[in-house]
Design a protein around this ligand. Structure first.
Ligand SMILES: N[C@@H](CCC(=O)N[C@@H](CS)C(=O)NCC(=O)O)C(=O)O
Length: 191
């Protein structure tokens, strides 16, 4: 059995929830209270963070690594582009995710100048999405899954308007048609 140590409000967990749903993998969820974490979670992940994926004795942390694992273990449907160059560029986006998450966290903290910095970060995504339908390239995939949880939370929880980044807005609309993303949208609305 596959178990996901999960937290509804966590966007890193959302990455894994979405990948599991896209691949049609059955799993159990163990919801972790992030404000009162059980001590045993440190046995699963020494950093004490979620998500953690468990399959019998196999335990794996780090959302980007978990999703790479899921892609290799369950190759259908593929969530990386077939073209090596396109795949490398999509991986680069995931690798450099801090450039997006840092301005997002600053915005959540309401740091000075955070609104402008986050607009710039969104603007970078917008420029990319003007030339390609998905962050992963020509097809939807793991780079989209890596970023969309934060974009949904920025829009629906932090009141960030996507009108100034129309390509991002259209990308979110396109993604929202997918059941895996629609389920995440519902979760964001309900938590
Ligand atoms: N790099 C990790 C980050 C995971 C993470 O920061 N999870 C948060 C919840 S959204 C957490 O567990 N926070 C508890 C802590 O940092 O102690 C990943 O990609 O899985």
């Amino acid at each position: 059995m596959t178990t996901l140590y999960d937290a509804d409000r966590c966007p890193y967990c959302a990455r894994v929830r979405i990948a599991l749903a896209e691949k049609g993998i059955e799993y159990e969820t163990d919801e972790i209270d992030l404000d009162d974490r059980p001590a045993w979670i440190y046995e699963k992940n020494p950093l004490g963070r979620v998500p953690v994926l468990e399959e019998d004795a196999f335990v794996l942390a780090e959302s980007a690594v978990i999703n790479e694992y899921l892609e290799e273990r369950y190759p259908d449907p593929p969530l990386w582009p077939a073209d090596p160059g396109e795949r490398a560029l999509a991986r680069l986006l995931v690798f450099r995710f801090d450039q997006f998450s840092k301005p997002y966290c600053a915005l959540r903290r309401a740091d000075e100048g955070a609104g402008e910095a986050f607009e710039r970060a969104l603007g970078n995504l917008d420029a990319l999405l003007e030339g390609q339908a998905y962050l992963s390239g020509r097809e939807y995939g793991l780079a989209d899954i890596a970023y969309v949880p934060w974009v949904l939370r920025a829009r629906d929880r932090l009141g960030v308007e996507l009108t100034r980044v129309p390509s991002v807005g259209q990308w979110v609309e396109r993604l929202g048609a997918r059941p895996a993303i629609a389920a995440e949208l519902e979760l964001v609305a309900s938590t």
